[in-house]
Each structure stands twice: as C-alpha cells, then as structure tokens.
Design a protein around this ligand. Structure first.
Ligand code: XMP
Length: 257
C-alpha cells in the first residue's frame, strides 16, 4: 500500500477546512498522510472517511496508545470501522498487544513506534531495539525511528536489511534536514509543520511539499548511484544535472549506509 519512498505528511491541523484544503493541495507531492490524536480529538473518527474522500493517498492513524490488550483491540476495531489504511502503535506495549492489533488489522499496515525524537525521551536504544525485534517477529510493516538520531536509522537499517519499512519523524521543525533520514536509510520522512506552516521562500503548503519532494528525490537518486560503478560520483554529469548542494545531498547520502 506504500509503494514509493518519500514524504508522509503529518496533517496535524485542527481547523477542518484548512486540514482538508491542505491535504488536497499537498497530495501530489506526498506518498501518504498521517493523522494523530490531535485531529481525532478535534473532529472525531468521522474525519477518517472525510479525509479519504479528499485524497487518494494512504491514511495512517497514529494512535500510539499505552494500554492493555482488551482496550487496544477495541480501539483498533473502532478505528478500522471508520477506514484508514494503517495504524501506529507504541512498541512499549509489548508483544501480546501488538500481536492482537496485527490480527485485527489483517492486511492493513501496522507500524511500531520505537523511540522519541526529543532528547529527554525515556526510551533507550536497547529498549527500542527490542521493539524492532518484535516488529520483525510479528511481521509488522515497519518501525518509526527518529530522524533526530540519524545514526540510529543507519544502525537499524543495517540490522533489519530491507525487511522493514523505516518511517522517520523529527524532520524540519524538530531540526533534522529534509532528506537526511532517507539518506541514513529510512524509506519515508514524516513531515508536518515544515509543510503546513511553510517557511519562505515557500509561500504555501503545496510549494513547501513540492520543494521537500525535490530535495528527497535528489537524495534518492544519490542513494541509487551508490550502486553504480565507482567512477560515477555525485560530481559526475549524471548527478550534476539535478544540481548539487542541499548540504551536498546530505553528506553524499550518508555513504549510502
Ligand atoms: P512535525 O511538525 O514536527 O511533526 O514535522 C512531526 C509528527 O511526527 C510525530 N512525532 C513523533 N512521533 N515519536 C513519534 O512517534 C516521536 O518522537 C515524534 N516526534 C514527532 C508528531 O506527532 C507529528 O505528527
């Protein structure tokens, strides 16, 4: 359901018209949309279907509950009855709860949140690694790894290979550069404020999304080029066509991890 790499738009917008208008305008530049508790609390679960009617992009519901299996199952069932293409749960709830969610989800996507983007979060690398192991064992679709710790992304990518989708938040407003998580080995960058609160020179969310997509495209191209013969470098004509910079394509795509 998630096919090509790129942007997951974190649509944390509370005014309904603004939410739907922004989603429509950025949809050409993104691969999926994520809504979380902020939007669900403001508009109720009905917003899921309304968003789906306004875009053809997959919609992920970021609920990250912290609860027992019985409640988790009821929450997931309720959400799925309103549509949505996937959910995110916290790894810390453990195997029984994640496994129960997975059963209810059937073919819908399930992502596991592993670690916080902020410095004072209390999930250690060792704990996060346990959640990643669980995600693999329980055949979840992917894991969230913070873009603010790019070394974590490259380490996780090395350890899971291509088995899991890595989605990464902390881009833009929280400090990580657009393209940096994908350069480190993520498949998707979750971007919210940098798109819906655009910063000049972008004048609108659509412009900000388009600009982010272009930056990410260069990083993906650079990453692909790692598989080319050694004579092909980012300075070669192949690459210079799309213009070098953007922090030298995020440090030459972090050596393609
Ligand atoms: P911004 O506006 O910062 O939005 O681009 C970020 C989105 O990502 C979510 N977020 C997190 N989710 N662990 C998570 O699971 C985190 O540490 C974290 N940091 C940000 C946030 O909810 C928003 O939708």
């Amino acid at each position: 359901m998630l096919n090509s790499e790129g942007i997951i738009f974190a649509a944390d917008i509370d005014k309904k018209e603004n939410l739907l208008g922004t989603i429509r305008s950025v949809s050409p530049y993104i691969e999926a949309i994520k809504i979380g508790n902020l939007v669900l609390l403001e508009h109720g679960l009905e917003i899921i279907k309304i968003i789906k009617d306004n875009t053809d992009k997959p919609l992920l519901i970021d609920i990250k509950f912290m609860d027992i299996q019985y409640i988790a199952e009821r929450i997931v069932t309720k959400i799925l009855s309103h549509g949505g293409d996937g959910i995110m749960v916290s790894g810390v709830v453990g195997g029984d709860v994640i496994s129960a969610c997975k059963k209810i989800m059937s073919k819908k996507m399930l992502f596991v949140f592993t670690q916080f983007t902020h410095m004072s979060g209390l999930i250690s690398d060792e704990m996060a690694d346990e959640y990643i192991d669980l995600a693999i064992t329980l055949e979840c679709n992917g894991v969230q790894v913070p873009a603010t710790f790019p070394k974590r992304i490259s380490n996780v990518r090395k350890s899971v290979g291509k088995e899991l989708i890595i989605i990464s938040c902390g881009i833009g407003a929280q400090g990580a550069k657009i393209g940096s998580a994908i350069a480190a080995g993520a498949n998707y960058e979750i971007i919210g404020r940098s798109i819906y609160n655009p910063i000049a020179p972008s004048q609108s969310p659509a412009e900000a999304a388009e600009s982010a997509k272009n930056k990410i495209r260069k990083v993906l191209l650079s990453r692909e080029n790692c598989a080319l013969p050694a004579s092909t470098t980012p300075e070669s004509p192949l690459n210079s066509k799309s213009g070098i910079s953007h922090s030298y394509w995020i440090e030459r795509t972090v050596n393609c991890y």
